[in-house]
Design a binder for this molecule. Structure first.
Ligand SMILES: *Cc1c(COP(=O)(O)O)cnc(C)c1O
Length: 230
């Protein structure tokens, strides 16, 4: 199978999983994580129907967004302060915000570009030291900080589950979904209405994430790697 076939297979399976979870077939957005591949593979995925791509490095998202301006680019990597203007310039959605000082810089960069930047708050649900993200208990406070910023719109939460442990991954996904409900309940009616997204699930664990309520899955290897085995 090539990139086109693998993309279509994952996209079909994501749609079927959404329906099994009692939602519309198009209720879950598939973000093709292209961080390990170049423009040729991105072009093949676009050909197969991909319209959302994820990158974790500022240089890469800037270059690829310039080369493919008609699809949506998602920033899923570590945010460095000095790269925020570049990230904001290229991103439809930033998944990995977890510091208030970065929210303020995103607000200024978005204002300068005349846009409102959609963001997700990254939460370290599992508490693993190697994972980035805010502690669950602090997510609501950061969401409220974002709601005060006119050029930032907080759309929901994102997490990364522990790899290689399906039970703990499931707990992590359930935890993020429950936390999102808690945070939403603390927002104004208008802010709560925009707070609808749960970005969770990667190549190994996206079916479980959809069963737990994911609205966005971020899939890299299952689309772009020849050697990925489910
Ligand atoms: C790389 C990456 C992914 C995709 O991981 P795969 O296991 O290749 O599907 C998803 N989310 C984030 C934040 C990543 O860095």
């Amino acid at each position: 199978m090539g990139v086109e076939q693998r993309y279509r297979k994952v996209a079909d399976e994501v749609a079927a999983a959404a329906e099994r979870a009692g939602r519309a077939a198009d209720a879950v957005r598939l973000v093709a994580v292209s961080k390990t591949v170049g423009a040729a593979e991105v072009a093949r995925a676009v050909e197969a129907g991909a319209r959302d791509f994820g990158e974790n490095r500022p240089d890469q998202i800037v270059a690829k967004a310039a080369a493919f301006p008609d699809v949506r680019w998602h920033f899923i990597g570590n945010i460095q302060s000095r790269r925020i203007p570049d990230i904001v310039g290229a991103s439809a959605l930033i998944h990995s915000l977890y510091q208030a000082r970065h929210a303020e810089k995103i607000d200024r960069a978005a204002a300068a570009l005349g846009k409102v930047q959609d963001v997700l708050i990254e939460v370290n649900v599992s508490g693993e030291e190697s994972k980035s993200g805010i502690a669950p208990a602090e997510a609501a406070a950061l969401a409220r900080v974002c709601c005060e910023l006119p050029h930032v719109r907080v759309r929901g939460l994102m997490t990364m589950a522990p790899q290689g442990d399906p039970e703990r991954a499931l707990e992590t996904f359930r935890g993020l979904a429950a936390l999102a409900d808690e945070v939403r309940a603390q927002l104004s009616e208008e802010d709560a209405a925009a707070f609808t997204e749960l970005s969770m699930g990667m190549s190994e664990d996206w079916p479980a994430a959809i069963a737990c309520g994911a609205t966005i899955v971020r899939v890299g290897r299952a689309i772009f790697s020849e050697s990925f085995e489910e």
